[in-house]
Write a protein that binds this ligand. Sequence first.
Ligand code: HEC
Ligand code: HEC
Length: 195
Amino acid sequence: MTMLTLVFLLLLLAAPDAAAGPLDHPGYAKAFSCSACHGFAGNSRSATMPILAGMNTAYLKKALQDYASGMRPSPEMEPYSKMAIHLGVDDVAGYFAAQTKQPTPIAADAAAVARGRTASQVCVACHGPAGKGDPAKNVPDLTGQPAAYLAHQIQLFKADRRSPGDPALKQLKEVMKAVPDNQIADLAAYYSSLR
Ligand code: HEC
Ligand code: HEC
């Protein structure tokens, strides 16, 4: 490559709007430590860590507040939620909400997905026919999340270990209690497979 091309390329890289990406968001520095578990720009590639990219701002904030207050017990998230609130929960939640979700790369078993689709009738009223949730009611989007994470959360709800005793989640937990244990993995596979 000629010297001129090199100079041009360097100028392109230095131009402020040349490559606006996750690193340019004002909340990036405040959300930096989250990437160790939740992946770059909140796009977890792990089976057990939820994807935060593209999540609704109000739901993100509620989750962080519930972890920090001890309402939603998690030894991993308690310190990080407190840190996010200390740094500015609006900036941290705004950062993840602004990222583009890349669904989990972990493929779900086709037979489990088909069984899960049938079992999901009882979930549609709140999570919607496409599994995208309802931001107005703070019902989260389940699509493309890693199946193992979803299955674990269903188990926690069923055993009343996620936000135990929260009156706002009474109806959800009644539905979960009626879900047979052998359907949990199927429901998780189904929602994980949706795009
Ligand atoms: C040490 C690993 C780790 C780090 C670092 C971490 N998290 Fe988490 N995070 C988890 C785990 C594990 C869960 C699931 C906990 C549970 O079962 O509720 C979680 C769950 C969450 C959820 C709930 C998502 C949902 O779908 O309900 C949010 C929001 C979240 N983390 C935000 C953050 C933010 C913001 C940071 C950085 C300030 C952060 N996390 C740093 C491990 C981590
Ligand atoms: C009455 C409404 C309602 C019904 C019915 C319902 N959900 Fe939910 N679901 C919610 C709400 C609200 C939340 C968020 C809870 C919170 O704020 O902690 C949630 C959260 C979840 C989560 C956690 C997602 C995350 O990112 O952590 C999973 C998984 C889930 N629901 C699966 C299901 C499945 C599977 C069914 C059907 C068997 C179902 N839900 C039925 C309202 C409902």
